[in-house]
Design a protein around this ligand. Sequence first.
Ligand code: AVJ
Ligand code: FE
Length: 488
Amino acid sequence: MTSISKAIPSDVLSNADRTNPDRADGRSHLPASSDSLQDQRQQIKQRMEACRCVTLALFQTVDYDTFCQHAHPDFSPIGWHLGHIAYTEALWLLEHTAGLPPQFPEYRRLFAADTLPKAERVYLPDLAEVQTYLQTVRTAVFASLETAPLDEQERLWRWLVQHESQHGETIALVLELIKKERSGVSGQESAVSGQPNTFSNQLKTQNSKLLLSFEKQKLRSRYANKTLPHTPHPTPHTPHPTLMLCIPAGSFECGNSSIDALDNERPVHRVYVETYWLDRTPVTCEQYQQFMAAGGYQNSRWWSAEGWEWLQLAQVTQPLYWSDSSDRAHHPVCGVNWYEADAYARFVGKRLPTEVEWEKGASWNSIALQRQTYPWGDVAPNEDDCNCNHAIGHTTPVDAYPTGISPFGCYDMLGNVWEWTATWFDRYAGFEAYPYRGYSEAYFDGQHRVLKGGSWATQPSSMRCAFRNWYHPHVREILAGFRCAASG
Ligand code: AVJ
Ligand code: FE
């Protein structure tokens, strides 16, 4: 993927954010005079347009086969994601909010999130038709923005930008999977021609079913034995020692109650955290390679019981997006699941940080005694402070953005790769579902781990220290790595 920024007029690309920096409370600080209401409408419009530019640029060189390709059983085709973006925008801003009748009722079955199984989402209109759908919805949406009661609706409008941005990231990762398949696969997975229903796709479906039953077994065994039988104090290997930062005991403010906050981030609440150490950077390919070279994938001692069980089924020996190229040495490892991250951490005598440890290391300013929305302060993310927004199209060295460090001195907390944490995704006390019950609440099931920080394919609207992502621990396809922690 090439730089997308080039395709975006520079006045659209987060210009509103730069001249009018978001504050921690996420609101414009002016009273709601009619002038500022006009500004607010203008700002929302610019954000939606900037987001759409980035989404559409992902399709610039995509052919129809790629558009419809069901590249992995857990992820819908990229063309489906594009249609679903339009569908969701119309559902919330035209049907629910403005009370308009559906413009494209025939797309409901195809693009709603809860109707067709993923494997049946391959019969799609072509890119031009889906673009017409997007544009028709958008025209009506901007017409309704002119008079929309933003004092009541601003949160919904901001939610929709983040919704599109998250689907844009899934589109990017599906494109990565397709690229990987076409370039011939490394590791133990066989090459795939890109055709649906190939032998290797069947294998993958099988593997996915195995993993599903594995998830069920795991749930059963969780209640049977609570502690995992691994060596309590393994001999730590120290391949390339990473600098760790000491974060002193004390309470900090976790979460986010701003107008941008998704339901799962709310409300802000104080949490006391004991002294701990946090890696200054995510784990690099060079560091992770030492785990591979030391037979990490062959030795059960580093793995949780669940992780070892997963590995026996999956039969992999390296991260999904692994490359032996030395150019990647200082890039974060990318394409590991939670089990691999957990095993590596044990191998180096460390552990994964909890979500609050990660968030405190990213956001807490211990001099001002305040949380910052972003590691560097309260100015919205841009491409100079972190690797985001599909601007580069791949990972970068973990120390490439010195201006992006957090008050405690951690690099790369936002952008580059998502980072797995030790925490199960769950509600904060006082949680209220928004905009619908299933958005987060359906995943508070003790089966999803929290990821923090965003990747190179995350848009600025979805990047902040409090943002919470979640996936099953066996998922390797997302653009995720990790950093380690240790107790004080
Ligand atoms: C939070 C990224 C796991 O893509 O499944 C999009 C976000 N929810 N539409 C997902 C989401 C509904 C969600 N993740
Ligand atoms: Fe969605």
